[in-house]
Design a protein around this ligand. Structure first.
Ligand code: ISL
Length: 630
C-alpha cells in the first residue's frame, strides 16, 4: 500500500478523514457539536481544502486552528494495520472484570472507610456472581486529594485501607478462588507530597528536578495557557521555590515528565515490584496523556473553546506516546498474561487501535468514553440519554475493530453518574434499563467491566446540597461557576448532573446498608434502601440474578466471547444483533425506548434463554431478549 501523502493546509477534508488521528478528531468534534460525522461523506465537504476552513466556517475556525491540526497530524505517522490479523484467545477476553472502589466497598473496622480486609470478606460474593478479575482503584499511600489518584508512595498501602500484608492476603484470596487482581497504575502524575516531588522542589540540582515539569518564572505569568481538567490553569505557583509546576488534574497532582529516562526506569522498577507481588495486570490511568509536546507550547484557543481544555492537542496523543507504551510493555509487563488496560480520555477508535492492535506491543484494551454521552452533551448536562446513540456507536466500533483489536465494554465507573439514571430516571423503568445495559455488556464482543453496585441496578445518589459532595472535580467546578456569578441553585444543579460522587457512595449490602458499623465517609447508599444485595439475591426477577444468569451463559458460550457480530436491520428504536461462532449462534433483541415496540419474531426453532419482559409479541419498554439459534 503506498504511503499516504502527509497532511498539509492544502490537503482535503477527505484526506484528513483518511488519517487515523484526523478521523478521530473529526468524529470527536462532530460528537461534541452534536453532528453526525457522516457529513464528511458528502463529496462537496470532502473536497474542501483545510486551508479554506477558516473562511468557510464564518470565523468559528481560524488559521491557527488549521496549523495546530496539521502539526498534530504530522506528529502521528502511524496507521492501524490494514491487513487481517488472526483472533488471539486470551484469559482477559473471556473474563468478567469488576471494579472495586476501595473507600466504599466494605469497611471491616468501623472507621467508615472501606478497606482491604473488607474486600477480602466479600470475595465469595464476587465469585458467586461470576467475576473473574477484580480491578482495584488506587489503594496506595496518598493524601487523598483526588481519592487516591494522587499517590504519595507507590510501594505503600494507605493506612486506612490496611497494610501490604492485607494486600498479599487479598491477592492470595483471589488466586485461591481462581480470580485475578488488576491494580490501578497512576503514572501520568504523582502527589505533590511524593518524595520525588518534595526533593525536586527543594533542590534545583536534585536528580528529581527533571521528573516533573517545573519552570522558573514570575507568580503572575504561568508558563503557558493550558487548563486543568479540574478547573483553572494547569499550573501551580510554588512561592518557596519560585517555580511553576504543571498539573493537568488537581493542584496536588503534579505531572510526571516521561521525557526523563530515569523517571521511566523508576516507573518500570515499581511496576515490576508489583508484578512480583502477584498482581495480574494494570489499569493505566489517563495513560494517553503521558507524552507532552516538547517546549510545552501554548494551546490553540479554538481547540480550547471546542473541547473546554486549552492545551489538549499537546498531550492527548503526544509525540512519544507509543514509544513509551512499548517500553513499558517490554520492560515492565512483558508476560502476555499480564493484562494492560489503558484509560484514554479523548481518544477515538483509530487512536485506540494504535494502542491495542495485536501487532503494536502496547496495550490490550483501552477505555473510551464517547458512548457515555449523547452527541452535543457533556457529563454536566442534565438530560435523558438516548440509547440509539449507543447502538450507533457500538455498531460502528464492533465493525471497525477486526480480529486484531479488542474492546472494553463498560457503563458505570467511579468517574461517572450511573448509566441507568441517565437513560431513564423513572423508578418504574429502572429494572428493565439495568437489564438491557447488562445484556449489551455481556453479549457484545469485548471484555465487560462491571462497577460495584451496577449489578444491582444502583441509581444516582439523591444529594440535596453541595456540602454533601467530596469530589475535588465537583468542588472545583462549583467554585469556578460561583466565581463567575452563577446563582447557587444553578451551580448545584449542574454539579449534581455530573458529579463523580454519585457512584462513590457506599455499596448497599442490605436494607440497612451493611457497609460499615460507623459513619460512612460519604453519605448515601446508591439509591433507595431496597436496592441492595440481600433483597435481590435469590430473586429470579432481580437485576442481580439477571447479571448472574448472563455471566454464566457467557462463560459457557465461546460465540458470545469470540463470535462475529452481525447487526440485523430494524427500526431505529430496536437493536437486533447475532453473535456467531461455528455452529453456535445467539440473537439479541433490545427495545431502546420507553414505549412498546414491534419487531419480527426470531427464526423458527429459536430457544428463548432470557427475557426481561414477556418474551413474546411486542417488546415492552426497554425489554431485552436473548435466544439461542443454534
Ligand atoms: O471523568 C472523566 C471522564 O468521564 C474524566 O474527566 C476523568 O477525569 C478522566 O477520565 C481521568 O480519570 C482518571 O484520572 C483522574 C482521576 O481523577 C480519575 O478518577 C481517574 O479515573 C486523575 O488521576
Amino acid at each position: 500500500m503506498p504511503e499516504p501523502a502527509p497532511i498539509t493546509r492544502r490537503s482535503r477534508v477527505r484526506e484528513l478523514y483518511a488519517h487515523p488521528l484526523g478521523r478521530d478528531i473529526v468524529d470527536s468534534l462532530a460528537h461534541q457539536v452534536g453532528r453526525s460525522p457522516r457529513w464528511v461523506d458528502n463529496p462537496l465537504v470532502g473536497a474542501l481544502r483545510l486551508g479554506a476552513l477558516p473562511r468557510l466556517s464564518g470565523g468559528r475556525l481560524d488559521d491557527a486552528f488549521v496549523d495546530a491540526l496539521v502539526g498534530l497530524l504530522a506528529a502521528v505517522p502511524d496507521r492501524p494495520n490494514p491487513g487481517p490479523m488472526p483472533l488471539r484467545e486470551a484469559w482477559f477476553k473471556e473474563a468478567v472484570f469488576y471494579q472495586v472502589y476501595p473507600c466504599s466497598f466494605q469497611d471491616s473496622d468501623g472507621d467508615g472507610i472501606g478497606d482491604l480486609r473488607g474486600i477480602l470478606s466479600r470475595l465469595d460474593y464476587l465469585k458467586g456472581l461470576g467475576v473473574d478479575a477484580l480491578w482495584l482503584s488506587p489503594i496506595y499511600d496518598s493524601p487523598m486529594d483526588d481519592m487516591g489518584y494522587d499517590i504519595r508512595d507507590y510501594r505503600k498501602v494507605l493506612a486506612e485501607f490496611g497494610t501490604l500484608d492485607d494486600l498479599d492476603a487479598l491477592i492470595a484470596g483471589l488466586h485461591e478462588r481462581g480470580m485475578r487482581l488488576v491494580m490501578d497504575l497512576v503514572v501520568n502524575h504523582s502527589s505533590d507530597e511524593h518524595a520525588w516531588f518534595r526533593e525536586a522542589l527543594a533542590d534545583p540540582d536534585s536528580p528529581y528536578r527533571d521528573y516533573y515539569f517545573l519552570r522558573e518564572g514570575e507568580p503572575d505569568t504561568p508558563p503557558n495557557n493550558w487548563r486543568s481538567f479540574f478547573s483553572g490553569p494547569a499550573w501551580r505557583w510554588f512561592p518557596e521555590a519560585g517555580v511553576w509546576g504543571l498539573h493537568l488534574f488537581s493542584s496536588k497532582q503534579m505531572d510526571l515528565n516521561w521525557g526523563s529516562e530515569r523517571m521511566r526506569a523508576d516507573v518500570v522498577d515499581m511496576v515490576r515490584w508489583w508484578r512480583e507481588r502477584g498482581v495480574d495486570g494494570f489499569r493505566l490511568d489517563v495513560i494517553n496523556l503521558i507524552s507532552k509536546t516538547p517546549g510545552l507550547p501554548d494551546g490553540n484557543e479554538t481547540i480550547g473553546a471546542l473541547t473546554g481544555f486549552t492545551g489538549l492537542e499537546h498531550y492527548f496523543h503526544g509525540p512519544r506516546l507509543h514509544e513509551h507504551l512499548r517500553q513499558l510493555r517490554a520492560e515492565a509487563f512483558d508476560d502476555p498474561d499480564c493484562v494492560a488496560i489503558g484509560e484514554t480520555p479523548a481518544i477515538g477508535a483509530q487512536m485506540g487501535k494504535l494502542m491495542v492492535g495485536d501487532d503494536r506491543g502496547e496495550l490490550d484494551m483501552v477505555f473510551n468514553f464517547e458512548h457515555l454521552e449523547n452527541p452535543g452533551r457533556t457529563r454536566f448536562d442534565a438530560y435523558r440519554y438516548d440509547l440509539r446513540h449507543l447502538k450507533r456507536y457500538y455498531t460502528r466500533w464492533q465493525a471497525d475493530y477486526g480480529d486484531g483489536y479488542w474492546m472494553s465494554l463498560f457503563f458505570d465507573n467511579h468517574d461517572n453518574p450511573r448509566m441507568v439514571s441517565k437513560v431513564d430516571p423513572r423508578s418504574e423503568h429502572r429494572v428493565a434499563v439495568a437489564k438491557l445495559l447488562a445484556t449489551v455488556m455481556f453479549t457484545l464482543r469485548g471484555t465487560p467491566f462491571l462497577y460495584q453496585g451496577q449489578e444491582l441496578g444502583a441509581v444516582d445518589q439523591r444529594f440535596v446540597a453541595l456540602d454533601e459532595l467530596r469530589d475535588v472535580e465537583s468542588l472545583n467546578l462549583a467554585a469556578e461557576l460561583a466565581a463567575t456569578g452563577t446563582p447557587p441553585d444553578e451551580v448545584f444543579a449542574r454539579v449534581l448532573a455530573g458529579t463523580r460522587d454519585h457512584t462513590r457512595v457506599p455499596m448497599a449490602w442490605d436494607a440497612s446498608g451493611g457497609f460499615t458499623t460507623g459513619v460512612p465517609w460519604l453519605a448515601g447508599d446508591g439509591g433507595h434502601a431496597e436496592i441492595n444485595v440481600a433483597s435481590q439475591e435469590g430473586d429470579a426477577a432481580s437485576v442481580l440474578e439477571w447479571h448472574r444468569a448472563l455471566i454464566a451463559l457467557r462463560r459457557d458460550s465461546p460465540a458470545l466471547v469470540y463470535g462475529e457480530t452481525l447487526v440485523e436491520r430494524s427500526g431505529s428504536r430496536v437493536w437486533r444483533y447475532r453473535r456467531r461462532r461455528g455452529a453456535e449462534e445467539y440473537l439479541v433483541v433490545l427495545n431502546l425506548g420507553d414505549r412498546p415496540a414491534r419487531t419480527a419474531p426470531p427464526p423458527a426453532g429459536a430457544e428463548l434463554l432470557l427475557a426481561s419482559g414477556s418474551g413474546t409479541g411486542s417488546l415492552a419498554p426497554y425489554e431485552a431478549r436473548l435466544w439461542r439459534l443454534g
